[in-house]
Write a protein that binds this ligand. Structure first.
Ligand SMILES: NC(=O)c1ccc[n+]([C@@H]2O[C@H](COP(=O)([O-])OP(=O)(O)OC[C@H]3O[C@@H](n4cnc5c(N)ncnc54)[C@H](O)[C@@H]3O)[C@@H](O)[C@H]2O)c1
Length: 304
């Protein structure tokens, strides 16, 4: 059977989301080249090859783009860290993928951007896709950098890109915030399929979010992609709200798209902050050790 594309390169293939989209991508091309700095997954698909490479090194990714029509760039550190730790995996890797793609005539890059590119925007703003960048962390800043990189390569080099501003991609919604932010794996796969299959995209940004009743953003301007999410976090509302922390109108973590990432100090893990908050709202769990909490939870004026 003729596939849509000859060759697609996927970076971050061994990660939690990379593993979810390999089959979707493999169905769209003759050859899927999966790339990660980690070791190969235990089994490969029939038309998949694996290359262990560091995307932060141009010479390790340059040749991989030869003959590729699309690159799907999911490799990065998916959390806040000191800027120096993110420079290679999150900033340089993006440049290398775009530059290597350009040198080998890649038509389009699909990029795993993040809500944290606009994390300081308030939920109540009803953000559409024209909202200005408002990163909440260095991690979010790397997403802004890469979105702008994509815009630059489209303007100057005619290379397309679709930037998926992924919210909270998990099997099931994990906490009360996810009632707004959940992206199911089925909807993620559908979104990736649409981004790869769309005939012309130019430079496009789209929110990676399921069909949640409480979704705080508007994807109307990317409707041409044909992304129609089906899942809805509301099905978990009763259990998630029962475990939710009390509503606090002075808490930026509750008011903004970025959630806890909006209140952590730069360089400190946002994922740890989310886990600490979940542990605190868990009625049966022991009180967390204050010394192990991210500093924002113990600082004046910050409400966990
Ligand atoms: N999981 C989410 O809800 C979510 C939300 C928003 C954005 N994203 C983005 O989606 C992408 C995938 O996230 P994930 O949750 O699967 O993260 P993950 O950590 O599970 O996977 C990332 C993968 O990238 C690889 N990697 C890191 N640095 C690399 C390098 N220099 N060269 C090659 N490979 C490298 C890692 O080994 C890992 O396998 C990330 O870019 C992340 O920022 C994820």
């Amino acid at each position: 059977m003729t596939k849509l594309h000859k060759k697609i390169v996927l970076t971050g293939a061994c990660g939690s989301l990379g593993m979810e989209i390999r089959t979707t991508l493999a169905a769209l091309c003759d050859t899927l080249v999966s790339v990660d700095i980690a070791e190969a997954p235990p089994t490969l698909l029939d038309n998949e090859t694996f290359v262990q490479a560091d995307c932060a090194k141009l010479d390790e990714v340059l040749h991989l783009m030869e003959g590729a029509i699309m690159a799907v760039h999911f490799a990065s550190i998916p959390d806040e860290r000191p800027f120096e730790d993110l420079l290679g995996p999150n900033f340089l890797s993006s440049y290398n993928i775009w530059e290597a793609g350009h040198r080998h005539g890649v038509q389009r890059v699909i990029y795993a951007s993040s809500v944290h590119a606009v994390g300081m925007v308030e939920n109540a703003a009803g953000a559409d896709l024209d909202v200005d960048h408002a990163p909440d962390t260095f991690y979010g800043l790397a997403k802004c950098f890469t979105e702008d990189l994509g815009k630059l390569y489209w303007a100057k080099r005619g290379m397309e890109s679709v930037h998926l501003r992924i919210f909270s991609a998990t099997k099931v919604p994990q906490n009360a915030r996810a009632l707004r932010t959940w992206l199911s794996f089925d909807d993620l796969r559908h979104l990736v399929d649409r981004a790869v299959s769309a005939t012309t995209t130019g430079f496009t940004v789209v929110y990676g979010i399921s069909n949640n009743d409480r979704a705080p953003v508007n994807n109307q301007k990317a409707a041409f992609l044909g992304y129609k999410p089906k899942d809805n976090a509301e099905n978990w509302a009763d259990s998630l709200l029962a475990a939710a922390p009390p509503a606090d109108p002075s808490d930026l973590a509750q008011l903004t798209l970025g959630g806890p990432f909006a209140t952590i100090p730069l360089g400190e893990s946002g994922v740890a902050a989310i886990k600490a908050m979940a542990a605190q709202s868990e009625p049966t769990s022991p009180a967390p050790d204050a010394k192990k909490l991210p500093s924002f939870l113990t600082k004046r004026g910050m409400n966990p």
